[in-house]
Unconditional design. Structure first.
Length: 177
């Protein structure tokens, strides 16, 4: 029944239990799930560190994830360096720390796991690339002009296959309209 509660958690697990003839209500299954011990983990070789808004941009927290299994491990209050330094010191063993360019996380990784390699994660690399491209396009907006197709009377005539074989390659063909 614990597996049903973990997989479905709520009314859906009660319906599934009833279909299986187990006769357990949703609150019974939820109590069983809440009574389960937290899963134990060893510090992963690769961890990811990032911040997220808990209240629409007014309150932030730091999430630590297992970089190889892509599962959240812990959530720390705020997005300052001190809680992350403390976490890294109590959970040694991280070899690679993926993070954004935030100075607080760089400082925390250097202090809490000085031997760990710090790298940018794919999301932040793509986000930074997107911002750079947008900035470049905006700066060169005047260079990007609309290409207008030629009018019917100015159509470009392609040379025939026969004239291409006889043409001198050093002579640039002139387009006529």
């Amino acid at each position: 029944m614990d597996a049903i509660g973990l997989a479905l958690a709520g009314r859906a697990d009660a319906r599934m239990a009833a279909q299986l003839g187990l006769g357990a209500g949703r609150m019974t299954l939820l109590r069983r799930v809440m009574a389960l011990p937290d899963p134990q983990f060893s510090t992963p070789r690769v961890i990811g560190v990032d911040d997220f808004a808990t209240r629409h941009g007014h309150s932030y927290a730091t999430v630590i994830t297992d970089g190889e299994r892509h599962h959240p491990i812990d959530v720390l209050p705020g997005r300052e360096a001190a809680p992350l330094v403390a976490w890294l010191k109590t959970h040694p063993g991280a070899e690679v720390i993926t993070r954004d360019r935030a100075g607080a996380y760089a400082e925390a990784a250097a202090l809490g796991a000085p031997d760990a390699l710090q790298v940018a994660d794919r999301f932040h690399i793509l986000q930074n690339l997107n911002q750079a491209v947008e900035k470049c396009v905006a700066a060169h907006r005047d260079c990007l002009r609309t290409i207008v197709p030629p009018a019917d009377d100015q159509a470009i005539v392609a040379p025939s296959a026969e004239s291409q074989t006889e043409a001198d390659p050093s002579v640039v063909p002139v387009l006529t309209g």
